[in-house]
Design a protein. Structure first.
Length: 329
């Protein structure tokens, strides 16, 4: 069966240290692009396709934004979010749906409870059921529904790869990455996800995050608007304590985590990295990406050290910190 790169083609990216002992090791691959788009560093296999998972969301959001749907500010941020289901996130999703008098039942993502613990506890105490609007991809799905309405595309089947909306997404992916996907599968939220190489993924994200607001092309103007929205409203992209939100707020990067250990990140100067942790764990992906950017001189190591606690990278022994999750690249 076709798949991503093998263990033999991966390199160590991070370790978990407990009381001075290396307890676990995370292997994977990563690529770093210069602001001009040249490969500065390649670790492991960066040519074999990977599923970007939620790192697809910026492409999906731009596809919606160039399909007759105006998204700005928080509305754009929630459209590319992997949110934690707080009341504020849910309010944004409902606001998108209300533009066309839609309800959460129209969403194609599965019902869920908030991943934010406080919000989850409140839902349980209220006795209210799980709902599609709490699912971390609901903002993306709400935006997709708006694109369908704007273009008289059917709402039913909007997640089918042959649906006009999904063909539009595929076109945007190919335009930005410069690569034809090697495979298409069903993501955890039910939407199509397309396999591209880490190098192509980094290239595509860099083009989105460095696009000029004054470009003569709508594709790049909308990409610039999306990037601005993410940097101005990082809370909407993740949530309290979520790595994306912390990295964007504290370090000024554009960050987007994906399931199964995928991460993309762009510094203010355009330096971009894409990471795939082979075992699928995302616990180290943010610090790996940050250290790669720091190694390229795009982020200060001291600034990363200052947000260590907020990224929840400590290894605990009882109530004491006895180690950490540490990037080794």
């Amino acid at each position: 069966m076709a798949g991503t790169f093998s263990v033999a083609d991966a390199v160590e990216l991070a370790v978990v240290e407990r009381s001075g002992f290396t307890e676990s090791r995370h292997a994977g691959s990563a690529v770093v692009l210069s602001p001009e788009g040249e490969v500065l560093r390649a670790l492991g296999d960066v040519a074999t396709p990977v599923f970007p998972r939620s790192c697809m969301k910026p492409f999906q959001a731009v596809a919606v934004m160039t399909s007759g749907v105006t998204l700005r500010g928080e509305d754009a941020a929630i459209a590319t979010a992997s949110h934690s289901g707080t009341a504020a996130h849910v309010a944004l999703v409902r606001r998108l749906l209300e533009r066309e008098s839609l309800t959460s039942s129209a969403l194609g993502c599965p019902p869920a409870a908030p991943s934010d613990q406080v919000s989850r506890d409140e839902l349980i105490r209220s006795g209210a059921p799980r709902d599609r609007v709490y699912m971390n991809c609901s903002g993306k799905h709400a935006a997709m529904l708006l694109a369908c309405v704007a273009n008289d595309w059917p709402l039913d089947g909007y997640l089918d790869p042959e649906h006009p909306l999904q063909k539009r997404v595929l076109d945007v992916v190919q335009r930005f990455t410069g690569e034809r996907p090697a495979a298409t599968a069903v993501d955890g939220c039910g939407a199509p996800v397309h396999a591209v190489s880490l190098t192509a993924l980094a290239r595509g994200i860099q083009k989105i995050t460095t696009a000029a607001a004054g470009s003569p092309f709508a594709l790049y103007r909308e990409a610039a608007a999306l990037t601005e929205a993410v940097r101005e409203h990082p809370w909407a992209v993740g949530g309290p304590g979520q790595p994306d939100t912390v990295a964007i707020e504290r370090l000024g990067v554009f960050a987007k985590v994906g399931a199964e250990g995928v991460m993309v990140m762009t510094a203010r100067n355009g330096t971009t990295t894409a990471v795939k942790v082979l075992d699928g764990s995302s616990r180290a992906s943010t610090i790996i990406a940050l250290r790669l950017l720091a190694g390229a001189g795009a982020v200060e190591h001291d600034a990363i050290d200052a947000v260590q606690t907020e990224l929840d990278l400590w290894v605990m022994g009882g109530e004491r910190r006895v180690g950490e999750i540490r990037a080794t690249i």
